[in-house]
Design a protein around this ligand. Structure first.
Ligand code: I3P
Length: 126
């Protein structure tokens, strides 16, 4: 149900830099390692790039592919327990991947939280 038209699937909803730490992969805990990531949100997924998309050609040359996160059935929540940093929220995917996203700038992290939550809420829960 609620099939999203193919063109809309490709459209970028929001993009920009955030601090990112992947803390679990397939339910297995990972050592936390914060880094700056270029985040591209579309209707069904988030892509994490090491550099901005403008540098995509050089990324391709060096074989750097973005990490793609399926938002279908994902959860998003603010967390104060998982980091000593302020303004941290967590995304948990159906496949058991866990990401922390953070910005020191309040309005930036708020905009991201609401954009991602809105995308998740529009998708079928599975
Ligand atoms: C971690 C690093 C992280 C920190 C984390 C440390 O150390 O300092 O920045 O998370 O805290 O373990 P290391 O680089 O040696 O792995 P926060 O910045 O989010 O607090 P944690 O163990 O309490 O998660």
């Amino acid at each position: 149900k609620d099939v999203i038209p193919p063109l809309e699937q490709l459209m970028v909803v929001k993009e920009g830099y955030l601090q990112k730490a992947k803390i679990a992969d397939g339910g297995k805990k990972l050592r936390k390692n914060w880094s700056t990531s270029w985040i591209v949100l579309s209707s069904q997924k988030i892509e994490f790039y090491k550099e901005s998309k403008q540098q995509a050609p050089s990324n391709m040359k060096t074989g750097h592919k973005p990490e793609s996160v399926d938002l279908c059935g994902a959860h998003i929540e603010w967390t104060k327990e998982k980091s000593s940093r302020k303004n941290v929220f967590q995304i948990t995917t159906v496949s058991g991947n866990e990401f922390l996203l953070q910005s020191d700038i309040d309005f930036i992290i708020l905009e991201w939280f609401h954009a991602i939550k809105n995308a998740i809420d529009r998708l079928p829960k599975r």
